[in-house]
Design a protein around this ligand. Structure first.
Ligand SMILES: [Zn+2]
Length: 320
């Protein structure tokens, strides 16, 4: 399966596959929520297919094993947890897989997901194999962007960037999946990533976030009622809500500066305006910094009490 916004890139790969010119180490750069895992798997399945070079046939033994997630020549490594590094042991396992012979008398594919989570030691352990993999061994690496990838890894790969669709297309694609119209701000709150936007709405987070915006906007105005309700709403959905609230405050700052042409919040403009006209710029700036720090802190240390920390942050709005 390929998503509509992946077609162009996919056709490029298909051509290279037909001409047997696909590089042995493909690096796919794509945003979270753009379906990069799906695209990487489609490429893997196609490389492994026994009937066709450029389009997985879905009927051969290899395709069936792939769909059953039990293909013996398809290997995946990724961080055990989001935000964690890929362990060196996992990388060494890749090296062993690379030297194995194929179980199905065909190719082997090694997929490294979130390759930007390869630490220096892990990267060093795989460099040689990436540069000159044994015959019949295809590497596919995925990452969000080049920023956090080690240059030594990048230089050994053939880079491909999946361009995000424009937000109007994302909006109409999500609407076609859900058979309902959606807010443009749902797309923007998810950085324009189609699958992330879809999940945002399917999980009901869009509605809960709407309620949070309402409660938060009421709270920041005197007499500051509902601090514990706001904190409970934040903790119910975890740290993602802190990121969203940060966007709300940044929009309010933009509103204060008159930079209203690109606000994330399109349908919640009234809330942006209410916050912008209530809270002084200096305090808004400070609270954006604080919530971003809080977000980082909570992402790093999972054992912390989010509700308590959010209450502490919210207290910063009282008695301005
Ligand atoms: Zn097949």
């Amino acid at each position: 399966m390929i998503y509509p916004w992946q077609q162009t890139l996919w056709h490029n790969w298909q051509q290279l596959l037909e001409q047997r010119r696909l590089h042995h180490a493909i690096l796919l750069l794509a945003a979270k929520g753009s379906g990069r895992g799906v695209l990487a798997r489609q490429l893997s399945k196609t490389v492994l297919c026994q009937n066709s070079d450029s389009e997985a046939c879905d009927v051969c033994h290899s395709c069936k094993l792939f769909e059953a997630e039990s293909h013996p020549d398809f290997h995946v490594i990724k961080p055990e947890q989001d935000g964690k590094q890929i362990g060196v042991d996992a990388v060494r396992q890749c090296n062993r897989w690379a030297t194995e012979t194929s179980h199905l008398n065909g190719q082997r594919v090694i997929l490294i997901e979130q390759a930007d989570a390869l630490g220096e030691a892990g990267a060093n352990a795989i460099l040689k194999t990436l540069e000159e993999p044994p015959a019949g061994c295809q590497f596919i690496l995925t990452a969000q962007s080049l920023d956090r990838l080690l240059p030594t890894i990048v230089s050994r790969c053939n880079k491909w960037r999946l361009n995000p669709p424009d937000e109007k297309n994302v909006k109409s694609w999500v609407e076609s999946q859900l058979h309902q119209s959606i807010f443009l701000e749902s797309v923007r709150l998810n950085n324009g990533a189609p699958l992330a936007t879809l999940a945002f709405i399917e999980s009901g987070l869009d509605i809960r976030y709407g309620n949070l915006v309402k409660a938060f906007t009421e709270f920041v105005q005197p007499p500051h009622i509902g601090i514990y309700d706001v904190a409970a709403m934040c903790s119910a959905d975890g740290i993602v809500t802190l990121q969203l609230l940060s966007y709300l405050l940044v929009d309010s700052l933009k509103w204060q500066q008159g930079a209203t042409e690109y606000l994330v919040h399109q349908e919640s403009l009234a809330a942006v305006e209410a916050i912008a006209t209530t809270i002084p710029t200096a305090l808004l700036l400070e609270q954006v910094r604080n919530i971003n720090n809080l977000h980082r802190q909570l992402a790093k240390h999972t054992g912390l009490n989010i509700e308590l920390l959010v209450v502490e942050w919210l207290t910063g709005f009282i008695g301005q």
